[in-house]
Ligand binder design. Structure first.
Ligand SMILES: C[C@H](O)[C@H](O)[C@H]1CNC2=NC(N)=NC(=O)C2=N1
Length: 96
């Protein structure tokens, strides 16, 4: 069963993500990042690749795409905050 990240879990799991542009979202226990692509097709292709990983892991982003920008928010609804699944998916999104 997925659990909410502990304080120590946050430090170890989120610190590397802060280094790649992730931040804690305002007013909620989630991490946010805005990705900028060359154009809409690059952005949407990335979203498509990301969608397959989200579905495979049954862990889905809250995201918004406008033209070549994708705003991503990750949190674990089942536990009401950040879990290791969010860090795992964030690492994958950064690697796509
Ligand atoms: C029923 C389904 O397995 C759950 O709703 C999954 C789906 N995707 C999910 N995605 C995210 N981000 N958090 C969840 O808690 C979650 N739960």
């Amino acid at each position: 069963m997925t659990e909410k990240l502990s304080d120590t879990g946050r430090d170890t799991m989120l610190a590397p993500l802060y280094a790649t542009g992730w931040t804690l979202c305002e007013g909620e226990d989630a991490i946010c990042k805005t990705y900028e692509f060359a154009d809409f097709i690059e952005a949407f292709s990335w979203m498509t690749r990301a969608a397959f990983w989200a579905e495979k892991w049954n862990h889905h982003p809250d995201w918004r795409n406008v033209y070549k920008t994708v705003e991503v928010k990750l949190t674990t609804h089942d536990v009401g905050g950040l879990s290791s699944l969010d860090a795992k998916l964030a690492r994958k999104l950064d690697a796509l």
